[in-house]
Design a protein around this ligand. Structure first.
Ligand SMILES: NC(=O)CC[C@H](N)C(=O)O
Length: 198
């Protein structure tokens, strides 16, 4: 018997949510934008896209989504955050703007805009043992890095200088970079396997 396509949401307040919807659909998921609490309860996994974490934070509160998102994460909903989405999932943030809040869940400290203004964006290949070969072609855009990893979180991949840029903790997954723009579907596939197993 073919199992039904998982229904997966992409937080669509701001940022590159359309690209994530397209990748998830390519992988056979029923992917829907999430902007309201009733849309959140209808999904069995959620992607938080790249964009601007300060704006996403404000909009999530304005749309009445902050508390439902906190509840969903606490209840174990599988969530994958890329770039600004990783910041939203981090328990601790360096270089946050005054008053900026995250949702948390990942026991990590991230630094926003960690590559400074000289190097706003770049691409590199990263070994990612959890995904096997070949390495992942990673696109970084005004990206955060994981500066410190708490006990509960595990690193999935790092830059050559050792800075962690992909993490996992139970049903939560976070990357500093943007797999949704490269055509490499493995991170989303890995995420969907968490959704199916949850
Ligand atoms: N591409 C991105 O998501 C950039 C993240 C952005 N610099 C932030 O702080 O939220």
């Amino acid at each position: 018997m073919v199992s039904p396509a998982p229904r997966v949401g992409v937080l669509a307040l701001q940022g590159d949510f359309r690209e994530h919807l397209a990748v998830l659909r390519e992988l056979g998921a029923e992917a829907v934008p999430v902007r309201r609490p009733d849309e959140l309860v209808s999904v069995s996994g959620l992607v938080i896209p790249g964009g601007e974490s300060t704006v996403m934070d404000k909009l999530s509160r304005a749309f009445g989504l902050r508390e439902p998102l906190l509840d969903a994460i606490a209840a174990g909903l599988p969530v994958y955050g890329t770039c600004a989405g990783l910041i939203m999932l981090a328990d601790r943030v360096l270089d946050a703007t005054p008053g900026q809040q995250t949702l948390g869940g990942l026991d990590v400290t991230v630094r926003r805009n960690a590559f400074g203004s000289q190097l706003d964006s770049f691409e590199t290949d990263l070994k990612m043992p959890v995904l096997g070969d070949p390495p992942v072609h990673a696109v970084f855009i005004r990206a955060p890095v994981v500066e410190a990893l708490g006990e509960k979180a595990a690193a999935l991949g790092s830059l050559d200088d050792g800075r962690v840029v992909a993490v996992e903790q139970g049903n939560l997954l976070g990357t500093s970079f943007h797999p949704e723009v490269t055509g490499d579907l493995r991170f989303h596939d890995h995420f969907l396997s968490k959704v199916r197993a949850a």
